[in-house]
Design a protein around this ligand. Sequence first.
Ligand code: BGC
Length: 252
Amino acid sequence: MATLGIDIGGSGVKGAPVDTIGGDLLTERFRVPTPQPSDVTSVVEAVAEVAAQFDDFDRVGITFPGVVVDGVTRTAANVDKSWLDAPAAELFSQRLGKPVTVLNDADAAGAAEVAFGAGHDQRGLIMMLTFGTGIGSALFLDGVLIPNTEFGHLELDGKDAEARASDRAREAEDMSWEKWAGRVEDYLKHVEMLLSPRLFIIGGGVSKKSDKFFPLIDIRTPMVPATLLNNAGIIGAAVAAEQAETGSPVQV
Ligand code: BGC
């Protein structure tokens, strides 16, 4: 009953078999660079290359950096536009010869954090936000995922929030931590005004450096860094793949 989790990110496609009870990887993960351009055919091959490193798995959960409804990818903000309306779950499943569940990358990372990491044992409305190439969001009410929320595309200062406050924007504009934290604070204040979550879990690669920017952010809502870091997407994808077999919504 082994389950493989695979995370399609802006720079790498990473995967490993997952212990979905303990919330950990069963072996070291394997990574290949995300193909450029990141079109459907190339990414399906990259995923197959990762999966080929592992034998003996029964099902696969795969994250995608966009909206995914019933296995079909509906948006493609930071990947090749060939993903718009692609039957992703079917394509991966045909290539890998196993049942495949595809879900949004932030939803997967959030599911893992709420089940095993920074949101463990927290009830009520919890929001995970990932700051990376884009801004991903995942919303949970009493441990049940409300999928595909896309709060990274709220408008901030007249622009798409992720164009102003993602980690990519910080790097591209060579912003100081102070300047970037100011934008993140504006963004978080906007989100808390709209939703009043009980907790923000801040993920994405930059959450490793939370000591550099958390002290600069002043908001009402408690805020914690993600704890599973690079493996959250892989773990959450595997959990979702197992739950899909019972037809239940992602619940943690
Ligand atoms: C996408 C989201 C995704 C986020 C992080 C955004 O641009 O629209 O679906 O979760 O980036 O990858």
